[in-house]
Design a protein around this ligand. Structure first.
Ligand code: N01
Length: 488
């Protein structure tokens, strides 16, 4: 007996789109994508701050099933990437499956299937739930005394207000991660004065972020899809070097670290400023910041770097611990995300009423990024331990979706009704992860959003080949499989 499972995908970002297209290609029709936002694209919808640019070359940052030969730049801008996601949704006819502005507030398993409730009170049933809600979603607002008393606008980069006037203003940017560096460089050009409040200096690798992709190249790649595909594949395999440098302490890592130091030395000649900008941890330890303009912006007449701690926000600006007042018109919070409340605040109750908060009391934990003990017929795509900056997100999401599809096919064939990963297999996987994290550069003594509440690093510490093997054919021994319907 064949049956078409009902599947709810939560989220229409990179992970949700990759999942939907993969299911579609495998012949599934009964899937619905519920997206909280008013548009698809995930982080590319929510993040619209000035200067937003993908710091990964665009020919890697694309789905294998939707090649784009004609990126305008080698490192595409946020709006171009967002448009790409809209185009992919249209090309594959996903609109028919997509419900925007639909926030899921509760997902409950009743022993056989899932009941999903939306913020509008609608109740939906599903045989499977695939959570593709992303890691960097909830903005982290710093707990700085007086922040609410500021007279001017305070905006978080992940919730940018398009109507905000910044030209000619005195702007304070709090934060110096990938976002802080991009937004600071972009706003500096038109600000009357701009101050960056940097609690921890970052290594910033120089790269030609505004390099256009020549039209001739676009035309040639469009005319020769096979060459374009070969370029994509070679970049994916070539990016294996990125995994290598972060996971193993070799000369290759040291070479890139040397390049980070040279990037700083070559661009900042002033000894005092260079010393202030020099981190006390190894390059690559935090998510590597990449920019072609940051140091130049920082040295501009209207710019200042402040490393003194912020004591408080006053109605007219920011007061630092050294007693200095910094008068401001606008405060920009580039203070990152609450990266580890993945899937929350959604109420998620699995088998026997187990809540995700209980299951993850020690931080997010899954089997091979996708399955959680106690939560049958539920999978995550780009879930816990997903790679950041080392293996292509699109590759990881498509691979995971194909892995999940194999379980869905077995359900379709009447071969199983519920499937749940075992606690043992999950524990084994997490032990392997912990061991592999040992020699990684993330573990060399810096503080970053990679660490969860329990002090574990929430990243993928293996190479792409291992990922491909782990998410190849599911190993039945790692799962509890229940069948109530006899297969014919
Ligand atoms: O966030 P972050 P982000 N007082 O957490 C500081 C991706 N991304 O939005 O280092 C003062 O990295 C904090 O200081 P410290 C990418 O994966 C990709 O910049 O904790 N400062 C830090 O400087 C990236 O890693 C692209 O001491 C406070 C900053 O705020 C991830 O998003 C572009 C503070 C937060 O840095 C997150 O980057 C942009 C406080 N109370 C982002 N609280 C691409 O191009 C925090 N900070 C693909």
């Amino acid at each position: 007996m064949k049956r078409d499972p009902s599947i709810i995908i939560i989220g229409a970002g990179v992970a949700g789109i990759a999942t939907a297209v993969t299911l579609q290609k495998a012949g599934f029709t009964g899937f619905t994508i519920l997206e909280k936002g008013s548009d698809v694209g995930g982080v590319w919808h929510w993040n619209r701050y000035p200067g937003l640019t993908c710091d990964v070359p665009s020919h890697i940052y694309q789905f294998s099933f939707a090649p784009k030969p004609d990126w305008k730049r080698v490192f595409a801008t946020g709006p171009e990437i967002q448009q790409y996601h809209r185009d992919v949704v249209e090309k594959f006819g996903l609109e028919a499956h997509l419900r925007l502005g639909t926030e899921v507030v509760s997902t409950v398993f009743d022993g056989a299937s899932w009941t999903v409730t939306t913020a509008a009170g609608e109740v939906l049933a599903a045989d499977f739930v695939i959570v593709a809600t992303g890691l960097l979603h909830h903005p982290s607002t710093p707990d700085i005394p007086g922040l609410g008393t500021f007279d001017g606008p305070v905006v978080h980069t992940a919730r940018w207000d398009d109507a905000l006037e910044t030209a000619g203003k005195r702007i304070g940017v709090i934060g110096s991660g990938s976002t802080g560096v991009q937004v600071f460089s972009a706003l500096q050009r038109e600000a009357s004065r701009i101050t960056q409040f940097a609690r921890t200096p970052q290594w910033v690798l120089w790269a030609p972020m505004t390099l256009p992709q020549p039209r001739l190249v676009s035309r040639a790649l469009r005319a020769a899809p096979r060459v374009n595909d070969a370029l994509h594949q070679s970049l994916l395999w070539g990016s294996a070097i990125l995994v290598d440098i972060v996971t193993k302490p070799t000369w290759r890592r040291r070479l890139v670290q040397r390049y980070a130091r040279v990037s700083l030395q070559a661009q900042v000649r002033d000894d005092a400023l260079r010393s202030t900008l020099t981190p006390d941890y190894q390059p690559l330890c935090k998510r590597q910041v990449i920019s072609g303009s940051y140091y130049r912006s920082l040295k501009a007449e209207n710019a200042e770097l402040v490393t003194a701690d912020i004591a408080e926000v006053t109605p007219t600006g920011i007061r630092t611990a050294d007693g200095r007042d910094h008068p401001l018109d606008v405060i920009v919070l580039a203070t990152g995300f609450q990266a580890h409340n993945y899937m929350r605040p959604m109420e998620l109750l699995g088998r026997d009423g187990l809540s995700i908060d209980e299951a993850w009391a020690q931080g997010p934990r899954a089997y091979r990024m996708t399955a959680i003990p106690g939560f049958p017929n539920l999978f995550t795509v780009l879930g816990p331990n997903s790679p950041t900056g080392s293996i292509s997100l699109q590759y990881s999401a498509e691979l995971t979706a194909r892995y999940i599809t194999q379980w869905l096919e077995r359900f379709r064939d009447g071969d199983l009704d519920t499937v749940e990963v075992t606690e043992d297999a999950t524990a084994r996987f997490n032990e392997q992860v912990a061991e592999a994290l040992g020699p990684t550069v993330w573990n060399t003594g810096c503080n970053s959003w990679y660490f969860n509440e329990a002090g574990s690093i929430d990243l993928w510490p293996f190479d792409r080949r291992t990922m491909t093997e782990m998410l190849g054919r599911p190993d039945e021994r790692d799962f509890l499989i229940r069948t109530t319907t006899p297969a014919d």
